[in-house]
Design a protein around this ligand. Structure first.
Ligand code: ADP
Length: 277
């Protein structure tokens, strides 16, 4: 079932600039989606449309059957789609981790007992249980971002949107956050929509959506997308180095047949070739 539908959705900023241009997309419950595109392609605008932070200037965004323009249902839309943003420091509001996680749920009037259960669940989902009494300001970037995710999880969303949420993190922090999203997707069936400019992050997605000038210009599995190197380059996106190397080898006659999308796969394919001698 489609949990999110964009129907001829466009969005223009007040200066008239059209950042999203007649978008038609359906996202099913339980999908892991990566949205990529060069700077200014409309990714962030798209993320903000998904939970009604902004509404389309034309067309509609339908979340679990509700039009985000329907002001009476905005709270339901925000409960269904939780967004985690780029800068972890801007998202933490309380000084102690567990209070921070509870904050959003308290704001929407969830009862105390229920909040305790949700905080417990959210802490464990992001592997931060042992940090519950710690001061938020003393956490690493990756830990802060995991607390921000936990705060969104305490609202029990069905869809988690990450808007460049790993871009300010070091590689370890990035890996921690990605691992949490994979676990939520696989174990809890949560729909994940990650907006990213890291090509190596998109290999975990079921489906990749490429935006350019606010339009969907490519769509497919990571393998399908990476196999179209020239098309990607037209949109100023580069394929991972391992993919490029495998394609170069293939072009020069080496029998590498698989679409390679990471260095582990490249190493494996090369080992196989060497064994065949
Ligand atoms: P991305 O996330 O892919 O970098 P954005 O969605 O942030 O793209 O921006 C898409 C386009 O909309 C860009 O050209 C940007 O300059 C423009 N834009 C973003 N925010 C505003 C704004 N508040 N007012 C006017 N134009 C904006």
């Amino acid at each position: 079932m489609a949990i999110i539908k964009a129907e001829n959705a466009s969005f223009s900023y007040s200066d008239g600039f059209k950042a999203i241009d007649n978008l038609n997309i359906e996202i099913s419950s339980g999908e892991y989606i990566a949205v990529i595109g060069k700077n200014g392609s409309g990714k962030s605008t798209f993320a903000r449309l998904l939970n009604g932070l902004i509404t389309p200037t034309n067309g509609s965004i339908i979340v679990d059957g509700i039009d985000t323009k329907d002001k009476k249902s905005l709270q339901r839309v925000r409960k269904t789609v939780g967004v985690v943003f780029q800068n972890p420091d801007n998202q933490l509001v309380a000084s102690i981790v567990e209070d921070d996680i509870a904050f959003g749920a308290e704001n929407i009037g969830v009862k105390r007992e229920e909040i305790e259960k949700r905080v417990e669940f959210a802490l464990s989902a992001v592997n931060m249980t042992e940090f519950r009494k710690r001061s938020s300001s003393r956490l690493s970037g990756g830990q802060k971002q995991r607390v921000a995710i936990a705060g969104v999880l305490a609202l029990m969303p069905e869809v988690l949107v990450l808007d460049e949420s790993t871009s300010m993190l070091d590689p370890k922090g990035r890996e921690e956050v990605i691992a949490v999203t994979e676990k939520l997707n696989k174990e809890k069936g949560m729909t994940i929509i990650t907006v990213t400019h890291y090509m190596d992050e998109i290999i975990r997605a079921d489906r990749v959506i490429v935006l350019d000038s606010g339009k969907v210009v490519m769509q497919g599995t990571p393998k399908e997308i990476f196999s179209k190197r020239e098309e990607l380059e037209r949109f100023n996106l580069a394929v991972p180095l391992s993919t490029k190397m495998a394609q170069k080898l293939y072009d020069s006659g080496v029998a590498i047949t698989e679409n390679i999308i990471n260095k582990e796969q490249l190493a494996e394919a090369l080992c196989k070739l060497m064994q065949r001698g």
